[in-house]
Ligand binder design. Structure first.
Ligand code: FRU
Length: 502
C-alpha cells in the first residue's frame, strides 16, 4: 500500500488529495447525487482563509467520482459551508425559460469588503449540472446584524407559503430566514439560545427536515438538526457530546413556515438528544430536494471530529464521509426517536462470504477466524439477553471491538487497541450508546467496516456509533467474543464490500 493510499476507504468518499471537512450542497439532480464539501486543495490541513467547495457525484451512493473544484474564494472571502437547491421555476432569473438549474447558497467567511461583517451569505448558479458555477453579481445577499458567527445556510422549498426557508447557524442559536427568489431574505425567527446545556460550542450546520412518524405520510414531524462545535467554545460548563469534541443534536417539533416549536421543553442538559454516540459523525446534513422511497430524508456526515481532525495519520489527504444514511422517525419506548439506517443502496451488494442461521457461537467463531477482510459489513441477529462482541481489523496486537452488553443494554465500540491511536490523547477510547429494549427479544446489529472506520447500527438504527480507526492494512482478521461457547446467534451474514472508489 503506497503511503497516500494507506487508510484510504474502499467505499466511503475521500478526496484524492487535500483536506476535506463538512459535506455541502447535497442535491439530487440529473440522475446524480451531488456531494460538495469543505475543501483545501493543497496540504492536508484546513486553511480557513482559503476554503473551497470540492465536488463529487455518484449514481448509486457507493461509487463516487471526484470532479474539479466547484467554488473558489473571492473578494467576499473563503467559501464556507452551505447548500444547493433546484430552482425549478426560474424564480432567481438565473436560468433560461426551458430549463431549471442549481443555485448554491453558501457563507463567505473572512469578508473584508464590508467592515465588521466577517461572515456573510452569497449565492452562485450553475446550468450545467453543477460542473461550473457563476457567482451572483449582487453578492452578498445576507449580512449579520452583529455577531461574528453567522454561517452554514441550509435552504429548502416550503410549499405551503411558496418560498424558500433558510436555517442559519448564528452563534448560540439557529435563525430562520425566508425568500421568494434566493436573493432577498427576511428574518423569520430564532431557536436555541434558550436551550439549556447545549452551548458548549457554537451552533454549526443546522438542518430542518420533515419526516413521517412510523412511516405514516399523513403524520409528520419536523426535526431540527444542529451540530455543536468543539472549536470556538462559548460555554465550557455545558456538557460535551457523548464521545467528546464535536457532535450533533436534534429536536423534534412543529414548523409553520416561520417558527420551530419543539414538542418537549428543553430546559436541562438531560433533554438534549444526540444523533450519534461515536466520535466521528459531524456536520451531517440532508440531500435538499429528495426523499427515499419510504419518504425519509437521506444524509451523510463528515467522519471526523474537530478535536483531532487535522492530526489523523493519513498522508497527503485528510477526511472521509460517513456512508449515506436514511433518517427515520420512529416511536421507541413511547418517544419519537430519530433513527439512522444505511441507505438502501448499500444493502444491495454482492453475495455473502458467510451466511449462517441459528448458529452456535463456537461455530460462528471458526467461520470468522477463517476470513481476512478489510472492508465489509457484518449483519447479525442476536438474542438480546446475551452479551456478545465482534472483533474486527485484528492482527496479533491490534483489534477494534464492537459489542452489545445485555446487562447494561448498551452498544459499544472499543478502539483503544485499534492501531494508531497516539496522535491525540482522546482518541484511544471506548464509546457507548444505550439500546432501547427490543420488543421481540432479538437484537439486530449492522457493522460497516472499512480501511479506517467502523459504523455500527443497532436495534434498527436506534443506537448508532461512528468511529474512525487506523489499523495496519494487514490487520484483516475477525473474531467473536462471548461468555458461553454454546450461545446461539439467530443469524450471521458477512458481505465483502469490494467496490473500490479509486
Ligand atoms: C463546521 C464548520 C462550519 C464552517 C466550516 C468551515 O465543521 O466549522 O461551521 O462553515 O466548518 O470549514
Amino acid at each position: 500500500v503506497s503511503s497516500i493510499q494507506k487508510y484510504r476507504p474502499a467505499y466511503h468518499y475521500s478526496p484524492a488529495e487535500g483536506w476535506m471537512n463538512d459535506p455541502n450542497g447535497m442535491v439530487y439532480f440529473g440522475g446524480e447525487y451531488h456531494l460538495f464539501y469543505q475543501y483545501t486543495t493543497h496540504g492536508a490541513k484546513p486553511d480557513f482563509a482559503n476554503m473551497h467547495w470540492g465536488h463529487a457525484v455518484s449514481k448509486d451512493l457507493l461509487h463516487w467520482e471526484e470532479l474539479s473544484v466547484a467554488l473558489k474564494p473571492d473578494d467576499n472571502g473563503a467559501i464556507f459551508s452551505g447548500s444547493v437547491v433546484v430552482d425549478q421555476d426560474n424564480r432567481t432569473g438565473f436560468f433560461n425559460e426551458e430549463g431549471s438549474g442549481l443555485v448554491a447558497i453558501y457563507t463567505n467567511a473572512g469578508n473584508k469588503t464590508i467592515p465588521g461583517k466577517d461572515q456573510v451569505q452569497s449565492i452562485a448558479y450553475s446550468n450545467d449540472n453543477g460542473r461550473t458555477w457563476s457567482k451572483y453579481d449582487g453578492n452578498p445577499v445576507l449580512l449579520p446584524a452583529d455577531t461574528a458567527d453567522f454561517r452554514d445556510p441550509k435552504v429548502f422549498w416550503y410549499g405551503p407559503s411558496s418560498e424558500w426557508v433558510m436555517t442559519l447557524a448564528v452563534k448560540d442559536r439557529v435563525e430562520f430566514y425566508k425568500s421568494p427568489n434566493l436573493k432577498e431574505w427576511s428574518y423569520a425567527s430564532s431557536f436555541g439560545a434558550e436551550v439549556a446545556g447545549s452551548h458548549r460550542g457554537v451552533y454549526e450546520c443546522p438542518d430542518l427536515v420533515q419526516i413521517p412518524v412510523d412511516g405514516d405520510p399523513s403524520n409528520t414531524k419536523w426535526v431540527l438538526i444542529v451540530s455543536v462545535g468543539d472549536r470556538n467554545g462559548i460555554n465550557d460548563s455545558d456538557p460535551e457530546p457523548p464521545a467528546g469534541g464535536s457532535g450533533i443534536m436534534y429536536f423534534v417539533g412543529e414548523f409553520d413556515g416561520t417558527t420551530f416549536i419543539p414538542d418537549d421543553q428543553v430546559t436541562s442538559e438531560g433533554d438534549i438528544r444526540w444523533v450519534d454516540h461515536g466520535s466521528d459523525c459531524y456536520a451531517a446534513v440532508t440531500w435538499s430536494n429528495m426523499t427515499t422511497e419510504t419518504g425519509n430524508p437521506l444524509w451523510l456526515g463528515w467522519m471526523s471530529n474537530w478535536r483531532y481532525a487535522n492530526l489523523t495519520p493519513t498522508v497527503d489527504w485528510r477526511g472521509a464521509m460517513t456512508i449515506p444514511r436514511e433518517l427515520a422517525l420512529e416511536t421507541r419506548s413511547g418517544k419519537e426517536t430519530l433513527v439512522q439506517r444505511p441507505a438502501r443502496e448499500l444493502g444491495q451488494l454482492g453475495a455473502p462470504v458467510v451466511s449462517l442461521k441459528e448458529v452456535k457461537a463456537s461455530e460462528a467463531q471458526s467461520a470468522l477466524s477463517a476470513l481476512q477482510l478489510d472492508s465489509y459489513v457484518i449483519r447479525a441477529e442476536l438474542d438480546a439477553k446475551e452479551s456478545l462482541a465482534f472483533k474486527v481489523r485484528t492482527s496479533a496486537d491490534q483489534e477494534t471491538v464492537v459489542g452489545y452488553d445485555s446487562g447494561l443494554k448498551e452498544l459499544y465500540v472499543d478502539r483503544t487497541r485499534s492501531g494508531q491511536v497516539e496522535f491525540h490523547e482522546d482518541f484511544a477510547a471506548r464509546h457507548t450508546a444505550a439500546v432501547a429494549e427490543p420488543t421481540d427479544g432479538k437484537l439486530d446489529l449492522l457493522v460497516y467496516v472499512d480501511r479506517s472506520s467502523v459504523e455500527v447500527f443497532a436495534s434498527r438504527g436506534q443506537a448508532v456509533i461512528t468511529d474512525l480507526i487506523f489499523p495496519e492494512p494487514s490487520a484483516k482478521g475477525l473474531g467473536l467474543l462471548t461468555e458461553k461457547g454454546d450461545l446461539k446467534l439467530h443469524s450471521l451474514e458477512i458481505h465483502a464490500l469490494t467496490s473500490e472508489v479509486r
